[in-house]
Structure formats: structure tokens, C-alpha cells
Design a binder for this molecule. Structure first.
Ligand code: GLN
Length: 490
């Protein structure tokens, strides 16, 4: 157990009830913990489970068409707001912030019958790759306690892998869904930019942020995506082509993919060395499998990949410095006593904004610098120009290939503390995830076996904008071939 389908089968058979499932999952979250949750909302969860149970009893079985998530306990990354719940963003500055409204994505999940267990841990404001930057402590890797779960949606990925919820929401600005999914051995989908409404997600870098599912199977990711996606009048960047109906395609199964017509592109630049041999072998294995299905493997080039991390870290910090300006103790954010007692406005801001952690401060400084007069042309504008080149690289590659395949990360989960002293090392870890974010295309991390230390390896699949159906159908066939249709997690 348990994919959502398996849970619903058990509900239908009467061998499990929504209340039992919610209570046992809450118990696991409370006792095993892993630091995966910042806030558990037990009362609300039990109430939602009771409602699900009443509905189930009335209908006799799960109304899968109308309520595809009935009674499924979910975790929500703590930078996505839910009415009446605390949203900290992993930061002291929002320690006591209670949201007066719910994000569109969560509202849609709730309307589909989901049970919201609580808010999952993250790197402060989504800034990090290891979940070591949370003001509420690090998240422990579910199978290797000395390792990081990946970040910034580390709480969501660890919770899904350990059965502390049955699916979760993450946000991905430069890899934060794919990287922790890969390190924890679960499925992580970053949808096309504009596919899922960002209304109610606390912005990190608005031109890159996307909400997406972290799940135990590809099928579950498709289900959550279909429920959440679609244009939202409250988010002007959500697309009119946003609504997806991918789940149906996944159900059509292996036969829905014409393997002999499928061209799989392998970006040359992703093989330039520095990739762990076990990760490399896993990719070779996947390519072999695709070849055996009749697909054509083609080599493609994404020549501007070498600039991707630099471009990303200029654009992301610039947007972040602007987005986080509202956390000033006046509009948003705590107003500590020292700030209240300040003699000048400058002193007030200084005291209020010292609640940010060191990584957030570093990025605000860098972003403010990159946008400052005299430098914005050299840094921010330049980065935007190179971003366009990176997008063009993908457009060109997708003329030669239908899907691209590569690693999520150069290595599997690294040791706690291994990269905290050297931010550049940490940033470079995102080298394979940031290009898809800059291009706005959908990308998915799929589990693909274990390395020699027993750590999960993730494969990254990328498709053109709004081609999630292709991405997910191929991913599902591969996933089923790997795990025999069984859901992941331990
Ligand atoms: N690791 C990247 C960063 O720190 C990506 C984070 C994210 O996707 N939210 O910015």
C-alpha cells in the first residue's frame, strides 16, 4: 500500500475507512515525525475524514468521477495557504501567521474530497536544496537518517515516502519538487508554468514558481494534477490551456504510447562529467528499456546549460528580494518587541527583518544588488536574455525529440551538513533542474532503483510546454515496468 487507487479499493471493500486512515496516518506523523510537518491540523483533518465517511456510506462506494480524492490524507507544503491554518514558510518571520483564505490548488483538492493533515516543512521561503534552511529544524531522510531528504519541499517528499500522508503538494522554483522526490524515492511533478494556479502560494520567484504533486505513483500525480490544474481568475499567469485530463491517458496504459514513433532526447551537456556512476548507470538502464520498446534515442544539445545555474540564481534572488519586501513587520511578518521599541523607521525595519534566516538574508542582499541602478543591466537584464537562449535551446531540442531524459541531480542524497558551509556547492546541485524551470516546461522525477549505498536514484523526464499527457503516459509505462505497478515508499 498505498496508491490512491488501492486506498479507494479498500474503502469500497469496507476493509478501511476514511477515519481509520486519517487517524493512523496522523499517528504515524506524530510518532515517526521525521520533522516532516511544521503544523499538524488534527481536528480539521478528522472532521474532513468524517465528512468523507458519511459521503462514502451514502454512496456505497467512492464516487471516483466526482470526488477523486475522497478521504485521501494529504500534506501541504507550508508556503501554500489554507484558511485558518498557520503558514510559516519555514520562517520565524511568519511564525504566527494564520491565513484568512485558502490557495486555489488546495481549494480544488478539498472540493475533490481530500483530507488536509497539515503543513509540511521546507527550506525557508523555498530557498534551499536540502531542507537544512528551515527555522523549524531539518527534515530527516526517511531511510538514511544521516542524509538530507532534498529541498526545498523536503517535508512533503519525506512524508509521502514514509507514509505520513498519501500524497503532498510541493512548489518548484528551480527543482524543489523534483530534487526531494528523487532523494526520497517518490514521484515529483513540476507542471508547465501556468498550469496550476499560484494564488495562495507565498511567492519566492514569481516567474518560476509552480505548485505540483509529490506522490507514490505516476497515476496519483496525474490525478492530483487534473484536480488542481486549470485557469484561475485569481492568478493572471494561469493559462487558459491549463486544465489537464491526464489521468484518463494514464489509464489507457502502455498501449496508448506509440513507442516506435517516440524519440527520446538525451542532452549531451548532461553527460559532461560530475555525474555519479550509479546515477549514470540508472539512466543507461532506462534508455535500454526505451530502446527495447522500439523508441529511438537521439542525442540533443542544450548549449546554454552551462549558464543555467548562474542565470537562475540571478533571476530567482532578484524576484525574491522584491517579493519578500512585504515582510517588513508592517504589511506582513511578525513585529518583535525590539522593533516596536525602535527609535527610527530604519531601526524598526532592521529589527523586524532580522527574523529572516541567513540564507534568505543572503539572497535578499544579492537580489537587491542585482536589481540596483547601475547593475541591473549587467546582471538582471543579462540573465533574462540568457534565459531566453535557454528556452530556445529547448524549443530546438523538441524539434528533434518528443521527450528529454536525464538525471535530476548529479548525486543521490548527500550527508547532512555536507554542503551547508559552501552555498555555491549547494547551488550547483541544482544544475539539472533549473533549466526546465527557466524554460517553464513540465518535468518529472521518477524513482529508478537504488545506488550502491541503498539510496534512491531519480530520473528526470522533460516535455514541451503543456505536454504533460505525453510526459505522464511515457513516465507511467516506465514506472510500471520498474516497480511492477506497485506504489513507492517505505
Ligand atoms: N534549490 C533552489 C533554490 O534554492 C530551488 C528551490 C525551489 O525550487 N524552491 O532556489
Amino acid at each position: 500500500m498505498k496508491s490512491i487507487r488501492e486506498i479507494h479499493d479498500a474503502f469500497d471493500a469496507g476493509s478501511l475507512s476514511p477515519i481509520e486512515l486519517t487517524q493512523s496516518t496522523l499517528l504515524a506523523a506524530r510518532t515517526r515525525g521525521l520533522g516532516a510537518y511544521i503544523t499538524l491540523c488534527e481536528e480539521k483533518a478528522v472532521m474532513q475524514a468524517k465528512t468523507a465517511q458519511v459521503l462514502l456510506e451514502r454512496e456505497g462506494k467512492v464516487p471516483r468521477g466526482r470526488m477523486p480524492l475522497l478521504g485521501i490524507p494529504l500534506g501541504i507544503k507550508d508556503n501554500i495557504v489554507v484558511e485558518g491554518m498557520r503558514t510559516t514558510c519555514g520562517s520565524k518571520i511568519l511564525e504566527n501567521y494564520i491565513s484568512p483564505y485558502t490557495a486555489t490548488s488546495v481549494e480544488r483538492l478539498e472540493a475533490a474530497g481530500a483530507v488536509i493533515l497539515g503543513k509540511t516543512n521546507l527550506d525557508e521561503f523555498g530557498m534551499g536544496s536540502s531542507n537544512e534552511n528551515s527555522a523549524y529544524g531539518p527534515v530527516t531522510h526517511p531511510s538514511h537518517p544521516d542524509r538530507v531528504p532534498g529541498g526545498s519541499s523536503g517535508g512533503s517528499a519525506a512524508a509521502v515516502a514514509a507514509g505520513l500522508c498519501w500524497a503532498a503538494l510541493g512548489t518548484d522554483t528551480g527543482g524543489s519538487i523534483r530534487l526531494p522526490a528523487s532523494y526520497c524515492g517518490v514521484v515529483g511533478l513540476k507542471p508547465t508554468y501556468g498550469r496550476v494556479s499560484r494564488f495562495g502560494q507565498v511567492a519566492y520567484a514569481s516567474s518560476l514558481d509552480q505548485i505540483g504533486p509529490i506522490t507514490r505513483s505516476v497515476e496519483d500525480a496525474a490525478l492530483l494534477l487534473d484536480v488542481m490544474s486549470g485557469q484561475d481568475p485569481l492568478d493572471s499567469t494561469s493559462s487558459p490551456q491549463g486544465h489537464s485530463q491526464v489521468f484518463r491517458a494514464v489509464h489507457a496504459g502502455h498501449d496508448s504510447v506509440d513507442w516506435s514513433k517516440l524519440r527520446i532526447g538525451v542532452p549531451e551537456e548532461y553527460w559532461m562529467g560530475g555525474v555519479d556512476p550509479d546515477v549514470e548507470a540508472a539512466i543507461q538502464g532506462a534508455l535500454e528499456w526505451l530502446r527495447s520498446q522500439g523508441s529511438q534515442i537521439v542525442s540533443v544539445s542544450l548549449p546554454h546549460t552551462k549558464y543555467a545555474a548562474s542565470v537562475y540564481y540571478v533571476i530567482a534572488v532578484s524576484e525574491a528580494s522584491s517579493n519578500l519586501a512585504r515582510m517588513d513587520g508592517v504589511r506582513f511578518g511578525a513585529r518583535p518587541l525590539e522593533a516596536v521599541q525602535a527609535n527610527t523607521l530604519d531601526e524598526f525595519y532592521l529589527k523586524a527583518r532580522s527574523l529572516f534566516g541567513p540564507e534568505v538574508k543572503r539572497r535578499i542582499l544579492l537580489g537587491t544588488f542585482a536589481l540596483s541602478s547601475g547593475y541591473s543591466e549587467a546582471y538582471y537584464r543579462r540573465a533574462c536574455q540568457v534565459r531566453r537562449k535557454i528556452q530556445e535551446d529547448f524549443n530546438h531540442a523538441f524539434l528533434q525529440a518528443d521527450i528529454l531524459l536525464g538525471p535530476v541531480s548529479p548525486t543521490t542524497a548527500f550527508k547532512r551538513g555536507e554542503k551547508t558551509k559552501d552555498p555555491l556547492q549547494m547551488y550547483l546541485n541544482d544544475i539539472f533542474t533549473v533549466p526546465a524551470s527557466l524554460a517553464g516546461i513540465p518535468a518529472m522525477s521518477l524513482p529508478c532503483g537504488l545506488d550502491s549505498k541503498g539510496l534512491p536514484i531519480g530520473l528526470q523526464w522533460m516535455a514541451p510546454s503543456f505536454c504533460e499527457e505525453r510526459l505522464i503516459s511515457v513516465g507511467q509505462s516506465y514506472f510500471v515496468s520498474q516497480v511492477g505497478g506497485k506504489s513507492r515508499g517505505r
